[in-house]
Design a binder for this molecule. Structure first.
Ligand code: DI6
Ligand code: FE
Length: 402
């Protein structure tokens, strides 16, 4: 059995209930193959580890490798023009209604080959990985035909062969109504979203199904139809909800036992309580809030009071959140949403794992979980959310091999 032992290290285990960050200040950390074997004070190290030569981490901080649980990393083109229009006064909703927005990225994505999608997404992926991210969720949703949705998902799957990270793919054909179905969104659901889900599932391309439930996208009734179909196939669901208005999408998702409900700026206390009750993670996306210059922040106090789990993600996408830094998302979550730095770190580790249904495998430094660790050149865990545009990553440890 291959073993590695690390000493002279601070470990933010992110286990709840104990010290802040689950911090063990002067720790030893033992891993065996792909798994965390032991963590604790060095004088309590089990006997069978005493003969293993220790690697000194120089007093650095170790956290779980970071998890970006909501991205649209694969897409064609970019939307710098739209950025300019917004600076001239146009709103995101106006641009979307005028055929720009998501639809312009759909056009660009449809013209891209699978290879081109892989190559352009790889740049963004590498930027995330450079900050200690080792689990990334990637959504489809810019193809909006069965063939183009499958193309996006296959491109995402290829990324996982090119880099050493854990991938979760989500089927989001219900991201926008494509021009050819304008005014016929229910037809689009029946003719594309549902059969496309069958095809993607049959090819083993998806871990979850997502819906953009919003006035400019899909209604509550349409969302329900899509969720019921996913349930029949045994695929977990998640939702983009309450981003621009309060339609009650989060509550609907909770009633389906959704993994997560994401955005949530317009969520009310009742919605927050329903998420807590169903164990659905509230995923906050400060990059979109910032880019769209939203003024209504998500109801963090209500989520806390209800006892909901809160995660943070980049929402990396070409329109509302052209962000490829999870560390910056943590900073924004603290500064814009008033999350504590501890909540921000839990939001990209423990709670992000839960938002992907991976809570038993990753997200905390707990014996038995996977040894996917980030080592940082910082003294205190709060430094990770505190700095802006600074990357203190020292190294990533993925099991005994790397
Ligand atoms: N909400 C968002 O913020 C992104 N998708 C979504 O459902 C926006 C995607 C885009 O503008 O391209
Ligand atoms: Fe999104």
């Amino acid at each position: 059995m291959a073993k590695r032992l690390f000493t002279n290290v601070s470990v933010a285990t992110m286990e709840p209930g104990g010290s802040p960050y689950g911090l063990i200040s002067d720790a030893a950390l033992a891993i065996e193959n792909d798994t965390i074997a032991w963590v604790g004070p060095p004088n309590a190290l089990p006997d069978d580890w005493r003969s293993v030569e220790a690697e000194d981490l120089g007093g650095r901080l170790v956290t779980p490798a970071l998890i970006d649980c909501h991205t649209h990393l694969v897409f064609g083109g970019h939307r710098a023009k739209e950025f300019e229009l917004r600076l001239e006064g146009a709103t995101y909703e106006e641009i979307a209604r005028a055929g720009g927005g998501i639809i312009s990225t759909v056009k660009a994505t449809r013209t891209c080959s699978e290879d081109e999608l892989v190559q352009t997404a790889l740049r963004r992926l590498d930027t995330l990985l450079g900050e200690g991210v080792r689990t990334v969720e990637i959504k489809s949703g810019y193809g909006l035909t069965i063939a183009d949705e499958l193309k996006m998902l296959r491109a995402a799957k290829r990324l996982a062969k090119l880099r050493n990270f854990r991938l979760r793919t989500t089927y989001l054909a219900a991201h926008a109504v494509p021009p050819e179905y304008k005014g016929r969104s229910l037809d689009y659901v029946h003719e594309v979203v549902l059969p496309g889900m069958d095809a993607a599932h049959a090819e083993g391309l998806i871990d979850a199904v997502d819906v953009f439930c919003e006035n400019i996208a899909f209604s509550i009734e349409e969302t329900r139809i899509i969720f019921e179909h996913a349930r029949k196939l045994g695929i977990p669901v998640k939702i983009h909800a309450e981003q621009l208005s309060n339609l009650g999408g989060a509550k609907l998702a909770a009633s389906f036992g959704a993994l997560s409900a994401d955005h949530l700026e317009y969520l009310d206390a009742e919605g927050a309580a329903s998420l807590a009750k169903s164990g659905t993670v509230a995923v906050l996306l400060p990059g979109a809030f910032y880019t769209l210059r939203e003024t209504q922040a998500p109801p963090v106090s209500e989520l806390r009071a209800a006892g909901a789990s809160i995660a943070i993600a980049t929402d990396c996408n070409p329109g509302s959140s052209p962000l490829t830094s999870l560390l910056l998302a943590m900073n924004m979550a603290s500064t814009l949403f008033r999350l504590t730095p501890e909540e921000a770190l839990a939001g990209v580790t423990r709670n992000a794992a839960k938002a992907l249904g991976l809570g038993n495998e990753i997200g905390t430094i707990t014996p038995g979980k996977r040894a996917e660790l980030a080592v940082w050149n910082v003294e205190q865990p709060a430094e990770l959310a505190y700095r802006i545009g600074f990357n203190p990553l020292h190294q990533v440890i993925m099991g005994v091999e790397a």
